[in-house]
Design a protein around this ligand. Sequence first.
Ligand SMILES: C[S@@+](CC[C@H](N)C(=O)[O-])C[C@H]1O[C@@H](n2cnc3c(N)ncnc32)[C@H](O)[C@@H]1O
Length: 254
Amino acid sequence: MYMVRVSGLLEDFGEWPIDGAEERPGETWVYFSNRVVAGSFAKAHSSKTERARWEVNLAWQEEWVAKPVGARWWIAPDGDDVVPEGRHRLGMRKGLVFGAGDHDTTCGCLEMMERIDFSGKRVFDLGTGTGILSEAAKVLGAASAIACDLEADAAKMAHERGVSAYQGPSFAMPDGRFEVLLVNVPGYVHLDLAPEYSRLLQGDGMLLLSGYYEWQAERIEAALPEFQKLDQIVRGDGWVASIFSHARATASSD
Ligand SMILES: C[S@@+](CC[C@H](N)C(=O)[O-])C[C@H]1O[C@@H](n2cnc3c(N)ncnc32)[C@H](O)[C@@H]1O
């Protein structure tokens, strides 16, 4: 369970999927079973309350242990530097920026990236978080990986990882600029961004999507009429990672 302390009463903070709350003099302790939601809540209200007045219990990050993902990756926390032969180490970055490598959507993306030909490709990582997918794309032979995130902390962390990241939306990028697009964002964001995927990708580009549940897939795919689904995996509680081709006519269906 993750706890966020905020100044004020619960009704001051809008509707969130909370799992419990304790109102105390001048502040409320809000509990979440989902740490991503806890982090989003804390970040969303950081400007409405004094920074010192909110905190998230990040204790679970102390329990991270190194693990294999797919055939290529070794996700490991700081200080754990032993890497099995044939695997590439991707470091787990602590903090509130999403993309440490502990979540099924990130792992699903990494696993599916092994099935995409990145050699010499121009890649865009939309919603990069810690920059983990951009790092992986370069390991897999991408010519370049550009990343963006709306969050300043994410762009900064991705930079620290050696990724060319900027803070801001994808709209800054020109039409048809990329050959592979990586997007791990919540389902409703895919619905908003779907026209961007066609615009950013060149004609026969590849699109890797994650961040949504199996039950949301039909609606998201319907918002992508210019794409053909080629491959899909489902991990954990029903998190999807899917590969689409922008070339409808030449793609095969699964
Ligand atoms: C679920 S995290 C994924 C992080 C990382 N790519 C991974 O796979 O682990 C989604 C990230 O996308 C960012 N984001 C959400 N909507 C966005 C948008 N419209 N444009 C850019 N970034 C966005 C969030 O700030 C967050 O850091």
